[in-house]
Design a protein around this ligand. Structure first.
Ligand SMILES: [Zn+2]
Ligand SMILES: [Zn+2]
Length: 257
């Protein structure tokens, strides 16, 4: 299924004001997507009513040629995988994505700046494992590529991520059936070139270890909705991912609401 499971509406403050649900759906249909997942940020400062508004808007859409899932990208607050909203998790969503490696945000417990890179990366790995083990979490947004994007560690490269960590993450993710995101923006650049280092150091091992995966754009503006999803899926399948390795949220849709 051609689906983009990481999209921010304009209710995420960092998103383009044009990101209405209508605009997202139109962009997705124009790209030939079969489904979209709305994943607005849930920070400790977020007004939770935005998730109820998304629900209302989604329910008002009527019949569409694609599925619209309600999701959330919840900050992982601590290195052991605690997410925001644990004490009162009452938002109407079909799936919960843990935003791992949001280390640039001030309320996130990240590795210390002066830590040696290997130790810091080991803690980042522990955060991924912690989020997988968190019962509230269904999927993990941008593991490792989020670290590369927002990193405090200027000399970080994907090659620094140890295979044994990926193997452990993949095994935990497989056991819990919680997919790790393959972000289109990491694997395929806007000009269509592929990141060989991300593919070789992260994607291939995760495929090999049988890790459940999903594809997301992290779109913050309409032009990015679904961008690179087809290409990324083609790469994953060409690299040997089994179709059943590619996760979608519908199986859990009835679980919460
Ligand atoms: Zn994120
Ligand atoms: Zn995001």
């Amino acid at each position: 299924m051609i689906i983009d499971l990481h999209i921010h509406t304009n209710k995420s403050k960092c998103a383009d004001p044009r990101m209405t649900l209508g605009a997202i759906v139109t962009s997705a249909i124009n790209r030939g997507l079969e489904g979209v997942g709305l994943t607005d940020h849930w920070h400790p400062i977020t007004d939770k009513t935005i998730f109820f508004e998304n629900q209302k808007e989604r329910d008002a859409l009527g019949d569409l040629p694609l599925t619209v899932w309600l999701g959330v990208e919840a900050d992982v607050l601590t290195l052991d995988g605690t997410i925001v909203g644990e004490d009162e998790f009452d938002i109407p969503v079909d799936f919960v994505v843990a935003g791992v490696h949001h280390f640039h945000l001030p309320w996130i417990e990240g590795p210390a700046k002066d830590e040696p890179l290997e130790e810091a990366l080991h803690r980042a790995h522990r955060q991924v494992l912690g989020a997988i083990h968190n019962p509230l979490v269904d999927a993990l947004a941008h593991p490792w590529s989020g670290l590369a994007k927002y990193t405090k560690f200027a000399d970080f490269r994907y090659e620094h991520v140890k295979l044994e960590w990926l193997e452990e993450e993949a095994a935990a993710a497989k056991k819990a059936q919680k997919p790790l995101e393959i972000p289109t923006w990491t694997l395929v650049d806007c000009d269509g070139t592929m990141s060989e280092s991300f593919l070789a150091a992260i994607v291939r091992p995760l495929i090999k270890y049988g890790c459940p995966l999903y594809v997301g754009t992290d779109a913050h503006r309409p032009e990015r909705v679904g961008a690179g999803v087809r290409e990324t899926l083609d790469i994953l399948l060409a690299e040997g991912a089994a179709p059943e390795q590619l996760w979608m949220p519908q199986a859990i849709q009835s679980r919460r609401w």
